[in-house]
Each structure stands twice: as C-alpha cells, then as structure tokens.
Design a protein around this ligand. Sequence first.
Ligand SMILES: Cc1ncc(COP(=O)(O)O)c(C=O)c1O
Length: 389
Amino acid sequence: MATDATKDMRSLLVHGNEEADPLYHTVNTPIYLSSTFQSKNFGGHEEFGYSRGGNPTRRQLESLIAELEGGRFGFAFSSGMTATAAALSVLQTGEEILVTRNVYGGTLGALSAIFARWGISFRLIDTSDLGAVRAAFRENTKAVFLETPSNPVLDVADIAAIAAIARERHALTIVDNTFLSPYLQQPLTLGADIVVESATKYLSGHSDIIAGVAAASDETLAERLRSFQILIGGIIQPFDAYILLRSIKTLSVRLDRQIENAQKVARFLKESPAVDRIRYPGLPEDPGYAVNARQAIGPGAMLSFLLNGEYDIKIFFDALDMIVSGASLGGVETLISGPIYGSHRNFSKEQLEAAGITETMVRLSIGIEDAEDIIADLRQAFEKARRRP
Ligand SMILES: Cc1ncc(COP(=O)(O)O)c(C=O)c1O
C-alpha cells in the first residue's frame, strides 16, 4: 500500500488544515458551541454570524474535506443522505439523472419518494458498462450519479470515462465515494463534478456518529451546495465535526489494516464451499479489479458474497459470535448485513433482480480485528448453518 501518493495523503490526513485556533494554537480544533457570534463590525462583513451559515469547527472540517478530496470547496452535513440531497438539489424540474443500478437503498428512496415528486426523474443503469452508460443518455439527462464500488454488489464504474461521456453531453457527474473514502479514491481529480460521502462510515470509522460530506471545485456548483446548507440546514454539529476531524487522522491506519484483513477474508471465502460467488475489487479475478486498480490506490474493505443454498442464512447470522450483525459499515469492528433486510429494503423485486441483489447476499465490512479471528468466526458459523440431509 505504501506508494508516494499514499505517503502524501497519509501525512495530509494527520496534518492537513492545522492552525485551527489562532488564539491558543491548540493541536486539536476547539469545539465552538455557539449558535451565534457577536457582531463587532455593524453593517460590515464578518466571518461568522450564525452557525447554520458557518461555524469555526465546521469550517476546519470543510476545508480539510476540500483538501482531501482534491477540490476547492468542502461541505459537511448532518448525514450522508443530506450530502446526497444537497448534490441532487443542483438539478432542476424536468431533468433526468442516471443512477448506478445497485446504489445505496436510501439514495434510491430519496430519488423516488422526494426528487421524483419534484419532477426530477431517474433511471437505474449498469454503470460498470460504459456502452450502457453511453446509450442511456437522453435529451433531458443532466447528471450521472455513480456509486463505486457500489453498495452492496461491489460493481466498479470507470469514473474518468463516465465523467468524459457526461461532459460531452453537458451533464454532471456526481460520485458517492463512501466505500473507499478520499484516502483511496478522489473522484474530483478523475473528472467528477461533485463527490459525496456518508462520513458515518470510514471517515468516522467508529460507528459513533451520523454525518455526511460533499466537495466540488466549480464555483457555481459550490454556491448551490452552500445555498442548500444555508437555506435548508442539515449542517453537521460542532461536536460531530470535531469527532470527524479526530477520526480522519487515523483513516489511513484503519483502512490499511482493514484492506489487509479483507484480502485474507476474501481468499478464505473464495475457497469456502459455503460461498457461491464473492465480489471484492481486491481479487484479481473480480470484474471490477482492473478499473478499481487504475482509479483508486486500494480496493477498500467491503465485500459481498452469495451464501450457497446448502446453508441456512438465518442460522448463519445468528451463529456469528464476534462479527457484529448490523446495518452500517466502515467501523473498526467487522460488520455484517443481509442487504435485502436492511440497506436495500426499499428496492422493488424488479430493482433487486436487475441489481443482482438476492436473499442470500451477505455484505461484509471488514474491521481491524485479527484476520484469523474474523475467519474463524465465519468458519464456525458456516459449519452450524450447513443443512444436514
Ligand atoms: C454508499 C452510501 N451512501 C450514502 C449513505 C447514507 O449515509 P447516512 O446513513 O450517513 O445518511 C450510505 C449509508 O449506508 C451508504 O452506504
């Protein structure tokens, strides 16, 4: 994992955007718990006035996010979904957006329950197939929303190629970078216009807060994202901004270890009779391996697999001892979930089928524990779940 690019990024994660406290020069950013600020220049410009518009702790985080994502403007929100909503809010009534067919279920939910009512339509497409992306554009297609690798199928989309296709057609490219984080992948530097992320996941890394971030380089787009923050709200609170600033310092250490573990777990699963098909962009035989290796410096630590029909999925989940069965991902603990019972509950039968999400699909977010312990837990749970004739 140690390349020159990662070395710069690793230092940036720890030292990026320091000097948060001009008064006492604290090493850590203070938590500015103030909804409002004294006016010292009546009628003139003041940096902070009211915390929905801007707060010093949030500003530190937002400029760090911009720097990490390789963009000019960063934004921090109360959830990943708010960041996604802010990004989608740049579209107008009558416009259409093309979306990765196995996108996070909440994103599909927001598109169909809210944005569609406002006249912003969407179509789910296979964004791992450039031909399908090219063919999908219509007159009113104004954006492509990519999730790469996607949740939970781990399909990989070629960000640079799709951004070039979209640009030719005067459409924007928005990328949900939740599964890799800016440590591993920087969509803006590959040509995307807006990057969003559920900071609840790897950026926070400890399953403790709900937060979201977005970044862009174009001033007009940044202005729209800023308007969303100022006029709608959904801002991150100062304490959560502090938690993120602290967690980001250890992002590379956590992810390096998580990737190392994920490689070992993926190899175990690949050989296991309990597993029909595994998806992990870190396996050279995975369909997404080559594109991911080209555009990201690592494959991340998310993987999914189909449990073989000889094994009972309920018994398997209930038998797990150390691995935590739960909805989220990206924490230091290994988390496991069945997407159709959680994150993708709001997909219709047809959408699940098109996305390749089945009842036996299992999603794993690999943590920083000892890899052998993760494997041993899976092995004993498979053993208990095997149907006896
Ligand atoms: C890929 C992806 N994007 C966005 C979200 C939404 O983020 P949040 O739960 O922080 O609102 C999630 C949550 O699971 C996710 O997995």
